[in-house]
Design a protein around this ligand. Structure first.
Ligand SMILES: Nc1nc2c(ncn2[C@@H]2O[C@H](COP(=O)(O)OP(=O)(O)O)[C@@H](O)[C@H]2O)c(=O)[nH]1
Ligand SMILES: [Mg+2]
Length: 347
């Protein structure tokens, strides 16, 4: 039985949702600023960090400076019932009016890995939808990938859906672009927040329902040369998912199209056909078009994955690391990539 569902976008409904976007830690702050540069309003954005310098550079309107871990052991923290409570107390003034929260962080460091799951859990306890977009460390950040996996487990447990943007995978896809992962994460956040804030709540619910078919999702982003060629745009986008999870295991797809003219139902049906044929079976589907003057693009969120499947993709990379370490033949593209080093923190 096909569960395909095609919904047209009703722009500027009076029943849209309020979205809050929270960026935690160095990566979270950077990616949030990039999403703001891409067009989302800084008003609903909150940057959270233990690093005062990074926080001051954030383009978010609201900022929360967290104490480092020595301070979180203070009597005041204990009085308030632990770190989760303290975090909630600091962050909630900026998110409690919202119906939908998007959490943005990089896992594998100290601040985001520790604080983001606590912030997510606090929202989840209030039965508010929370979707996270998380960057996983580059392949050369050995120990960090292990730390990230532990953090990912907590994120996955605390969020309705966690969209993984693997820094390692994205770097393989487009060698000429320095920061593909950043672009992907920022576009994913912008697309989701834009659609949730401007569509009918019913559409937001459908999107959330499809995203939460599994605890983990990937996002595939690509340009659209013309709406008549939407099928090839879909196939191209699906060749570079944000984390290397198998297409065949996807259970749902959320297609966000941006362009001067929205996709008509025929074009949306063609896009669906391309997705289901590449995935190899029917998936739950919703599509939303947003008008914009810029070059047309699409973001396809593939959902229905589990934490264990995500572990599998990281295992592959760990095997590659092992091969590199012991001089075994490995895929040349992976070894040959020169990756920029991000700020390392002495936690
Ligand atoms: N894509 C992307 N990943 C980043 C960026 N900065 C850091 N990361 C990744 O996020 C992980 C956590 O780093 P960071 O956010 O600095 O740690 P934290 O501040 O302690 O939470 C790192 O291991 C990096 O792989 C960034 O600007 N973009
Ligand atoms: Mg930091």
């Amino acid at each position: 039985m096909s569960t395909e569902e095609i919904v047209s976008h009703q722009p500027l409904s009076s029943h849209s949702s309020q979205v809050a976007i929270v960026g935690v830690g160095g990566a979270g702050n950077n990616l949030l600023s990039q999403a703001i540069d891409g067009g989302i309003s800084p008003r609903n954005c909150v940057a959270v960090n233990t690093d005062r310098g990074q926080l001051s550079e954030s383009r978010a309107r609201n900022k929360v400076l967290l104490a480092d871990s020595t301070e979180t052991n203070s009597p005041l923290t204990r009085q308030r019932g632990g770190e989760g409570q303290l975090l909630a107390y600091r962050v909630s003034p900026f998110t409690r009016e919202s119906d939908f929260t998007i959490l943005l962080t990089g896992l594998g460091g100290a601040t985001g890995t520790k604080a983001a799951p606590l912030i997510a859990q606090w929202h989840r306890d209030r039965v508010r939808p929370i979707v996270s977009v998380v960057a996983l460390p580059f392949i050369h950040e050995r120990e960090r990938r292990f730390v990230a996996l532990r953090g990912l487990k907590k994120m996955v447990e605390a969020c309705d859906c966690t969209v993984i943007v693997d820094n390692s995978v994205e770097k393989l896809a487009l060698l000429d672009s320095k920061r593909v992962a950043d672009e992907t994460a920022a576009l994913a956040v912008r697309g989701l927040s834009e659609v949730v804030a401007s569509s009918d709540q019913m559409i937001s619910h459908q999107i959330l329902n499809i995203l939460s078919l599994g605890s983990v999702a990937t996002v595939c982003i690509g340009p659209v040369e013309s709406r008549e060629r939407v099928q090839s745009a879909v196939s191209n986008a699906l060749t570079t998912p944000s984390a290397s999870l198998p297409l065949t295991k996807a259970k749902g797809a959320v297609l966000l199209f941006r362009g001067i003219e929205p996709l008509n139902n025929g074009q949306a049906a063609q896009a669906y056909e391309a997705i289901s044929s590449l995935v190899g079976h029917d998936v739950d589907f919703v599509h939303v078009s947003t008008r914009c003057q810029a070059r047309s693009s699409l973001s396809i969120f593939l959902s229905g994955y589990t934490y264990d499947m995500a572990l599998g993709t990281v295992d592959d990379l760990i095997e590659d690391l092992y091969d590199m370490e012991y001089g075994l033949e490995s895929k040349a593209t992976r070894v040959g990539v020169r990756m920029p080093l991000y700020e390392m923190e002495l936690a």
